[in-house]
Ligand binder design. Sequence first.
Ligand code: KIV
Ligand code: ZN
Length: 433
Amino acid sequence: YARYKKNPVISLSERQWPDNQIEKAPVWCSVDLRDGNQALIEPMVVEEKIEFFQMLVKLGFKEIEVGFPSASQIEYDFLRQLVERNLIPDDVIVQVLVQCREHLIERTFEALNGVKKAIVHIYNSTSALQRDVVFGKSKEEIKEIAIEGTKLVKQKMKDFEGKIILEYSPESFTGTEVDYALDVCEAVLDEWGATKEEPVIINLPATVEMNTPNVYADQIEWFHRHLKNREAVILSVHPHNDRGCAVAAAELSLLAGADRIEGTLFGNGERTGNVDILTIAYNLFSQGVNPNLNLENINEIIEVYERCCKIPVHIRHPYAGKLVFTAFSGSHQDAINKGIKAMKERNQSYWEVPYLPIDPADVGRKYEPIVRINSQSGKGGVAFIMDSCFGFKLPKGMQKEFAKIIQEISEKQGEVAPEQIMEEFKKEYLEAK
Ligand code: KIV
Ligand code: ZN
């Protein structure tokens, strides 16, 4: 990531860098194994969940929501397997979701038996719509559910040997009056006795993304400013992507005061998904901020994800898609070619190439497929392929003529692979002689 720091060579008078940028990575919490898994057509089986969990650990996640163990046997068994097979590293905290109901909280603690440190994540829906049409309860009654849940966890915790951190989510927060949501959260914090030393995670989910991302960030900022004892709270966001703005919502929330993000790899999750943690992390990386995740092998992440979730990663997915480091148009190819050449000539340590926001090698991709040749390509692209794939520097005079030959072929057949370009070159110039 250090290659993407602010450019020390070009002065501020030549290029202005915005000063309101995110300066450090948030605390990440993966909810792939719960929110992501519950939205799969074919949910993961225990062995797949274990493989996915181990990948999350390898990626550097320190907080992982492993499921809703009181909701199904498979979720319960998975957590037991993690414990019994000693698969939870000491520096990783497992998180479990549970509703504010006594028998479910009891069963959750049974599943946690033997865990050294866990986040118990309780939630209840607080939105005006759900209070009315789903629960038929008043604001006070809904608040009481949250307080009761907090009491129950506190009680159960007494007989538990490991350490428990409380997380509370006013579910459907985006449909909840913000001052009422704060009132409920303050009641939870008071009931728990949250302190700076023993903070509670207050997670404000965009259960449904209902507004432009600035509105969500404003709600987070309002909370951040109005919490009675801000130091006793880890302020967490949990954006869903109904309007396609979850990444923007999460990033603006960090600027607005959030400390933590719950999301998934590639944005899997209910409906349009949860926020895509990888995109946010790569965005930070490309701005010179250490994302605190090990992101250098995107291909391996994709392989495990696609196999366990049975969902393909879109070819244009930011940073990860198959086509995101390719350039089809001639002018783009030419500019990339010149950018790479200039970097080499200047012996430049920081990355700055037109149309390529990051060096593909930084995510485990190769240079070779960057430029693909089809009917949109120009002479620069063909020359680049000849040089980068075969070390063959086409003289300027020849570039235009040879590119025309390749363009005619691609108009008939579509994309022309580097090997075919070389074959055509041989046919045209070497064998003819
Ligand atoms: O989206 C949501 O509201 C949730 C909660 C359970 C946190 O997943
Ligand atoms: Zn969710």
